[in-house]
Design a protein around this ligand. Structure first.
Ligand code: 13P
Ligand code: SF4
Length: 401
């Protein structure tokens, strides 16, 4: 069970803009209403500076100066430009997890990313360090697609089918601390899009089958593209259907049991997006994140994590053309950074990760100024038992060759 500590007690009654009835998948509108046990967003306490305040940049700088080495700001590559300029380090979720763990002297880790990343930072840092998420509504719809109850039920289904003792869980970083704890307690590891292949190789050294949570696409793409599995080796467990929608025979025959989750941003890219851009830009290189659907990945020229995408464009020759299938803040920054190349978004319809975008300059200024004034706001704190098991899984990942 996750604990979110704020300076104000969270209000659990739905606000005027909240959902009338909580539903398993919908995002809470604009983070109004509180649901501290969900990635879906909770109310942000405190008085935020006005977005129109012309002094926001100077206020953020001044608050960071006042805090000095006591604060360390981490920024995921999908963050807005106005926020990323204040990051002490930027990275994908793997790099940021390592960076957070490597800063024992910083009293406050301000995580400009989403909730599951801040939880992972809390798990990997010492008890004396406090992790702050500037807007608690910065959740992740994919992480919300696997709840602890659903995963426990799935394990029961695997047990009844007689396959649980031959299965090891591998959970994507993009999952709640509860799911990471389940993974650690069942002998599994965490992976990110940078090390999914190594994580799966490790897992198949431990057991005959893998339960991959919660992103079906990363699991399938890695197994098929990098481990030589066939699509028939994989089955999809749907938590909304009895027994996951699978028969015991299907579970016994499968090598990889994929959780039915996906990223709402990368899931938007389609085969049509690839065909369309190839028609519009002859000779274009299509470069996509492995959270994209399998047919998109199969039609692309290059596939890789966020860091891989950045490195590929850095190494690309001047004059080359690239259509990039990942989050828009990053693609826009890459396009500006590579003026000698043509870098476009893979789809005609632009799309940000709406929850990553929740972290804006007013929230960052509010968080930094509060810390500088001695008030800890929006602390993300995972309880001790969850932390112990989740840490096992995260440390297995950090120890992967
Ligand atoms: P990486 O940071 O591992 O590339 O994952 C992308 C993502 O969707 C983060 O939320
Ligand atoms: Fe979640 Fe996708 Fe946004 Fe990453 S990009 S935080 S996986 S919804």
């Amino acid at each position: 069970m996750r604990v979110v500590t704020t300076t104000h007690a969270p209000d659990l009654t739905p606000g005027p803009y909240g959902e009338p009835e909580p539903t398993p998948l919908a995002l809470l509108l604009l983070g109004r209403s509180a649901d501290p046990n969900s990635e879906r967003g909770v109310e942000c306490p405190g008085e935020l500076p006005a977005p129109s305040d012309p002094d926001l940049v100077e206020r953020a700088r001044a608050a960071k100066r006042r805090l000095g080495d006591r604060v360390f700001v981490l920024g995921h590559h999908y963050q807005r430009d106005e926020v990323i300029q204040f990051a002490d380090v930027t990275g994908d979720s793997f790099k940021l997890a390592r960076d957070a763990a490597a800063r024992p002297e910083a009293e406050y880790i301000v995580f400009c990313g989403v909730h599951f990343m801040a939880e992972s930072a809390d798990i990997l840092t010492s008890d004396a360090q406090q992790v702050i998420l500037p807007d608690l509504a910065a959740g992740c719809s994919m992480a919300d697609m696997a709840t602890a109850e659903q995963v426990a039920e799935c394990w029961d289904v695997l047990t009844d089918a007689g396959v649980a003792d031959r299965t090891v869980p591998v959970s994507y970083m993009n999952s709640s601390a509860d799911i990471k704890a389940f993974t650690g307690a069942h002998g599994g590891t965490i992976c990110t899009s940078s090390n999914a292949r190594r994580a799966l190789e490790w897992a198949y050294g431990q057991a005959e089958k893998v339960l991959f949570l919660p992103d079906q696409h990363l699991g399938r793409n890695t197994a098929v593209r990098e481990l030589g599995f066939s699509l028939e080796d994989c089955v999809v467990y749907n938590p909304h259907r009895p027994n996951g929608g699978l028969t015991p025979e299907q579970l016994r025959d499968a090598r990889l049991i994929l959780w039915r989750g996906h990223c709402s941003v990368h899931g938007r890219f389609s085969l049509d997006s690839v065909r369309d851009v190839r028609e519009r830009i002859p000779g274009v290189n299509v470069l996509v994140h492995p959270e994209c659907r399998h047919e998109v990945v199969a039609a692309a020229d290059h596939v890789g994590s966020t860091e891989h995408i950045i490195r590929t464009l850095d190494a690309a020759p001047a004059g080359s053309a690239w259509a990039v299938g990942t989050e828009l803040n990053l693609v826009r920054r890459l396009s500006r950074a590579h003026q000698d190349k043509q870098v476009v978004f893979l789809d005609r319809t632009v799309c940000f990760c709406s929850t990553m975008n929740r972290i804006d300059l007013p929230h960052l200024v509010w968080a930094l100024e509060s810390l500088a004034d001695g008030r800890v706001v929006n602390r993300i704190q995972v309880d001790a038992e969850t932390e112990a098991n989740a840490k096992l899984a995260l440390e297995r990942m950090l120890a992967l060759p």
